[in-house]
Design a binder for this molecule. Structure first.
Ligand code: GLV
Ligand code: MG
Length: 327
């Protein structure tokens, strides 16, 4: 089969100094949350097949544990084996007193072994600009390559959602927009305590608008869109159902809070072998029909299906994701 150019092939991970446009396409099917204050979990996370790990200084880390957790994270980033994984640290949001110390300690201490900073509860573009400026200062001071560390922006309330497009375009460093359902549900008074599940009494999908708005901001700016956590960690069927919904819309991945969710996420956010094979057939058929030998036509038939330029674009997405997943 011909090798087709793809937006998501040859994806760098593990601190590659590739151009930013490539970093935005790192695989992030499964984004594993690990409390930065828990060395046992930090050890175990290294052996799990998650595409991304994020070492958390925010809500999984108690206020009194945060100062020590910063140093624990630096040690694990520098000494751990995170090969093949995108390495991210979630700092505290700008309304707290912890953010600057989180960023300075972690980036000065382990900036060369870190791919992105995740900023939670982002409400305005200025909050992204502030983080970008701080990162640039640290990179210059430390002699690191300027601009290599990316930003992942978490949308967790109504103001953040209203400003999501400005947030997405606030800095070249932004790689992903992440939906934070737990904080979001709380902030809009949604009548449910089960994160990721539909609130009782509403007959449709209560998350559709939020997910689509995040997805549009991401796609309009060539960023990735990531769905947040599902807290019923023993309910793998529930996880699968919620993950499938986000994957069907076009999201690139989802958080995993438990090893049991990793395989499910990797599978759900990869195309099936059947879809991948079909996409490759579409690309071959399109390449042939537009070639000299195929008559330079703009469309062709593949079985009962008409293939044209738009089909080629859809097939490229599936084919790129399939290759990234090793199909
Ligand atoms: C994640 O941070 C969430 O609030 O869902
Ligand atoms: Mg949150």
């Amino acid at each position: 089969m011909t090798a087709h150019p793809s937006p998501a092939t040859a994806l760098p991970t593990g601190g590659s100094a590739a151009p930013l446009s490539f970093n935005r396409l790192r695989p992030r099917r499964s984004c594993l949350a690990v409390p930065g204050s828990n060395p046992r979990f930090l050890e175990k996370a290294q052996g799990l097949p998650a595409d991304q790990v994020f070492l958390d200084l925010e809500d999984a880390c108690a206020p009194l544990a945060k100062p020590e957790a910063r140093h624990t994270i630096v040690k694990f980033l520098n000494e751990g084996d995170w090969t093949g994984k995108t390495r991210v640290v979630r700092v505290n949001d700008w309304t707290t007193e912890w953010t600057y110390r989180d960023v300075v300690t972690v980036v000065e201490g382990a900036g060369q072994n870190l791919d992105c900073i995740m900023l939670p509860k982002v409400q305005t573009a200025e909050q992204i600009v502030a983080l970008d400026l701080l990162l640039t200062q640290i990179e210059k001071t430390m002699g690191f390559e300027v601009g290599r560390i990316g930003i992942e922006a978490q949308i967790e309330n109504a103001q953040g959602l209203n400003n999501v497009n400005a947030i997405a375009t606030a800095s070249q460093r932004v790689e992903t927009i992440i939906f934070g359902p737990a904080d979001f549900m709380a902030s809009i008074n949604m009548k449910s305590l089960v994160v990721g599940e539909q609130p009782p009494g509403y007959p449709a999908d209560a998350y559709h608008y939020i997910l689509m708005k995040i997805l549009m901001a991401a796609r309009a700016n060539d960023l990735q869109a990531i769905d947040g956590p599902y807290l019923q960690i023993r309910n793998v069927d529930g996880y699968r159902e919620v993950a499938r919904r986000a994957a069907a819309l076009g999201f690139d991945g989802k958080w995993v809070l438990h090893p049991g969710q990793v395989e499910a996420s990797n599978e759900i956010f990869s195309p099936s072998q059947e879809d991948y094979d079909h996409a490759e057939l579409i690309l071959d058929a399109y390449d042939y029909c537009t070639s000299e030998a195929g008559g330079r036509k703009g469309s062709a038939m593949l079985g009962d299906e008409m293939i044209d330029e738009a089909s080629r674009k859809m097939a490229l997405v599936i084919s790129g994701k399939g290759r990234a997943a090793g199909l």
